[in-house]
Design a binder for this molecule. Structure first.
Ligand code: HEC
Ligand code: HEC
Length: 241
């Protein structure tokens, strides 16, 4: 379930960017042409990576451009936290050239929005920074689900509510069964449901099997009315094996 954010930037964007980035001078060297000769940029300098579900890895590609007159030697790429890693495709970049900078952010146990700074340093100590922002959505299935009923609490929003008002068996199935038993009963996380006897189906929906397959009938705390169970089981039992 990895989401891929690969952002490609047209070269044309770059042509509009001419101001050289600020530099850090380590030693008190008299202004030599070296300053203009060595310069680079990370593009974009601020990237919105959109949103991912907590626990997923987010990925982005940035560019490091050599805007100077001499070859660029990238010494280091880092970010403040271990959950973010960046690596460049090439450490040497010719004048006017660029290399890609791949960034991966692990969102495990990150319940909130993320802002990350990526720093690139060249061999002379020149530093450039880029900022990444990422929204992290709460994962309803994070953590241990054993011992939690699918009809209770927050789970109900997706495992109960969608059945409301559904009349046709096919629609009821798509709303609250397909997520586990697959499209049209073909099986997925839970067994396939094709070619089953209508009475056996009704019995299971009324009483359930175990915690993983609880009773769906209203009288046992489930989301389905007696009428919905009739419609659903009539439709399901009509699917050939
Ligand atoms: C935002 C909607 C949503 C919420 C909230 C939600 N589920 Fe689900 N659930 C789904 C969907 C969609 C699937 C189908 C598989 C998938 O896409 O992950 C699913 C599948 C499952 C499965 C089958 C196993 C699997 O991962 O495929 C179980 C078990 C389950 N949910 C239990 C729960 C429990 C327990 C809760 C509450 C703690 C819960 N769900 C909350 C949408 C939700
Ligand atoms: C959260 C996941 C989940 C949902 C949603 C779910 N089921 Fe199940 N179901 C299971 C699991 C897991 C089993 C296997 C249980 C076992 O054998 O212990 C199962 C078993 C069954 C069986 C018995 C199948 C066999 O061959 O043994 C039937 C029938 C069934 N489910 C019908 C349904 C119907 C109809 C719906 C929708 C109203 C539904 N289930 C919704 C998880 C789910």
């Amino acid at each position: 379930m990895h989401m891929l954010f690969v952002l490609l930037f047209a070269m044309s964007i770059f042509s509009g960017c001419t101001s050289p980035p600020p530099h850090r001078a380590d030693s008190e060297v008299v202004k030599t042409p070296t300053i203009e000769m060595q310069s680079f940029l990370i593009q974009p300098q601020h990237l919105d990576m959109g949103s991912v579900m907590e626990g997923e890895e987010a990925q982005a590609t940035l560019f490091v451009r050599n805007t100077g007159l001499l070859p660029l030697h990238i010494a280091e790429v880092y970010s403040e936290c271990g959950c973010t890693v960046g690596s460049v495709a090439s450490q040497e970049v010719p004048p006017g050239g660029f290399t890609t900078l791949d960034v991966r952010i692990d969102t495990t146990a990150k319940g909130e929005d993320i802002v990350k700074k990526i720093t690139v340093i060249d061999l002379l100590g020149n530093k450039e920074e880029a900022w990444l922002t990422l929204r992290v959505k709460e994962n309803p299935h994070a953590g241990d689900m054993s011992g939690r009923g699918i009809f209770s609490g927050k789970c109900a929003a997706c495992h109960v509510v969608p059945a409301a008002g559904k009349v046709k068996g096919e629609d009821i199935y798509a709303a609250v069964c397909a997520m586990c038993h697959g499209v049209e009963g073909r099986g997925a996380y839970a067994p396939k449901l094709r070619g089953q006897d209508v009475d056996a189906l009704r019995l299971i929906l009324q009483h359930g099997i175990d915690r993983r397959m609880p009773a769906f009938s209203r009288e046992k705390g489930g989301p389905l009315s007696p009428h919905q169970i009739v419609e659903l089981t009539n439709w399901l039992s009509g699917l050939d094996e």
